[in-house]
Each structure stands twice: as C-alpha cells, then as structure tokens.
Design a protein around this ligand. Sequence first.
Ligand code: FA5
Ligand code: MG
Length: 386
Amino acid sequence: MRRFASAATRRIALDNVAGMALGKNSNITSSIAEKVGRNLHHVPKHPLRTIKGIIEGHFEVAHGGKFRAFDNLSPIVSTQQCFDDLLTPKDHVSRLPTDTYYIDDDHVLRTHTSAHQTELMRAGERHFLCTGDVYRRDEIDASHYPVFHQMEGVKLFTAEELPCGVDGDVTSPECIGFIRNDLQETLGGMVKTIFGDNIEMRWVDAFFPFTEPSIELEIFFKGDWLEVLGCGVIRREILSNCDLSASHGWAFGLGLERLAMVLFGIPDIRLFWSEDSRFIDQFEDGQITIFQPFSKYPPCFKDVSFWLPQDFHENDLCSVVRDVTGDIVEDVSLIDEFTQPKSGRTSHCYRITYRHMERTLTDAEVDEMQYHVRERLAADMGCELR
Ligand code: FA5
Ligand code: MG
C-alpha cells in the first residue's frame, strides 16, 4: 500500500502554482501549493474573514474612511518586492530557501504582506490596509503554521500634518516621536475595539529591516504574552525610493490567526483549515462566538533519531513532516541531542506528535506516515537514520 506519492511524482504533479511555472529549484511542496487560492479571509462565516471585517470596520469608523482596504493581491511576488524594496540585506536569513518558498529564483510566495508596501505607495496610496495569505517555512506547534494571514497597515503624513510644519525636517526626533505616538494610539485603539477595554497589552522593542524604530505588540492570553503584530516608523530610504521624500509615516503587520485564536477561543491554528462542517457551521459572518471543540481525539507520539547531514536545518525536517502528514502533525520537538566526541558527529532525536482534528488515527496509519517521514529524511535530506 503506497498512498503517498514519491518526491519525483509530486514534482511532476506540482508544475505550477496559481498559473505560475515552478522553477527547478522550487521548494514548494504539494501541501503548500494546495493552500494557494484557498483564501480563508474570503470564505463566508470564516473567523478570519470576520476578524478582517472587524478591523477594517474599526479603521473606517475611527479614521473617517481614510484607509483603503485591499485583500485580493496575488501571493506570488518578486524577491524585489518581498525583500529588496524593504531593505532586507542580501544575506538576511529570511531570504534563505530554508525559510521562504521560492517559485523560481526571482519569485516567492510572499512571506509577509509588507511585500505590497512599495507597490501600493508608488500607486499613490497613503492610507491603506492590505490583507492576504502569507507563506513561511517555520517550526510546527499550536500557534505556527506554514501558511497564515496577515494584515498590513500603512499611514503616511505630509510635512503639514507633522509638528515640523511645511518647511521643517520630517526626520526630526519630534516628528519621529509624533509618528510613533500616532502608531501606538492607532493600534491600541484597534486592540480595544477588538477585545474590549480590559485586555492587557504591552509594547516590546523589535527589529525589522524596514522600520526604525521598530516595536511589537503583545497581548496577555491564557497566562502568557502572545505577539500579535510588528510595526514601526518606515525607513526614509524606502520612501525616497518611492518618490515620497516629503512624506513620513508608519507601518504595521499583524497576524490574523493570532487575533482570531484569542477572540474565538480557537486552540490550534490548524483548525482554520478544517474542511469539517462542524468547524465552519459554528460561525456566522461578523459574529464572535466561542469555538466549541469537536476533536478530543488522542495524540500519538513517534520518535525519530538520526545523524545530522551537513547544512541540516530544522525547517527542512518540518517541511518533510508536513508534506507527508498534511495537517495531521501537531508538533515536532527536539527531545535529545548529543555529539560523539571522536567523530564529532551530532545526533538529534525528534518527537513527532500526530493527531487528527476530526477522528482517531489508527496505529497502522501512524506507522505508515512515520515510515514515509523516515524514508524522506534519508532520501531527500541525507539524514543517516539510527
Ligand atoms: C512581519 O511579518 C513584518 N512584516 C511586520 C511589520 C510590518 C513590521 C510593517 C513593521 C512594519 P513578523 O514576522 O513578526 O513581522 O510577523 C508579524 C505577525 O504575524 C506576528 O506578530 C504574528 O502575529 C504573525 N505570525 C508570524 N509568524 C507566524 C506563523 N508562523 N503562524 C501564525 N502567525 C504568525
Ligand atoms: Mg515577530
């Protein structure tokens, strides 16, 4: 019984994503390609569509209809849009194929909605929200998934709107402070509209190549601080490259799943992708209701140990597991590692947690998935299994 296609047949079946031919170095797997075009933020009754609507509605009311909303831009963007235009250094980790899904050498599945900042600013947009699906090769746990949804927000100010006035310097500390204040007030107001006045939130210093200063907003959820968005004052070079030297402004990028998980009480990020009607039928457009769990199926743990190949990267392991198991993998964690003193070789042991959201898995099914994971680790990644 072989229900899982081999790497070679997968590659043939997967020769394009959204009409775009995949280059020979593409690292896009079938489980990712299948997600392109699902557009959960457009699906009727879906919590991601509702949270998007709530935020757009908040901006409409609180900012006098000034912000224009985009939610239909293609997730395939150039490396120029995704990285260069945002001043991401050539050697930045986010560009590596261990972190990003490449269509070909010059095109990627967007890793963030910031990839649309410069095209929209160049098109003359000065206040906008931009929502879309984004793709990242990432760790696997209840709040990380390789496809998720972000909303970008940008607000530009003219010199007249800033404390420096028409002839002043929009880069003065006073102006930067003004912009930063406006940003924090805007986002604080948004969070209160979404969660009510009692929500606990805090600001944390951050770093992004495209903003300075950069900050992240966290909210307190289930006993822990959860990062919900990154933001900051847009770097001058980005604006001048867009012929906007006379303006200054801020940008933010927030994770819609993170907000929806808190708001709707959704415990696992995989649920957003559920095609079980017991998920979607719980919700109504525009309404916030607390999610009623329907999967209490038991998890199943399997360990795999191997000697690391050269250039081993955990995200490659996670991609293989995700590709073999689809959404059945809940968690992949390193539970043991050691280095042999003589040979200097390192061994890792990972525990893979399998759990289906909609039914109980059989032993045979889990064994077969584990078998294929092991096979692919050896064949595709050069791991020497132990
Ligand atoms: C960014 O993506 C920046 N583009 C945000 C930004 C925009 C900063 C504009 C400055 C100006 P970051 O990688 O931190 O930043 O992601 C932003 C948010 O997306 C996070 O706060 C989180 O809410 C969400 N997020 C990130 N990774 C994942 C993931 N794997 N699964 C679900 N949500 C995620
Ligand atoms: Mg972050």
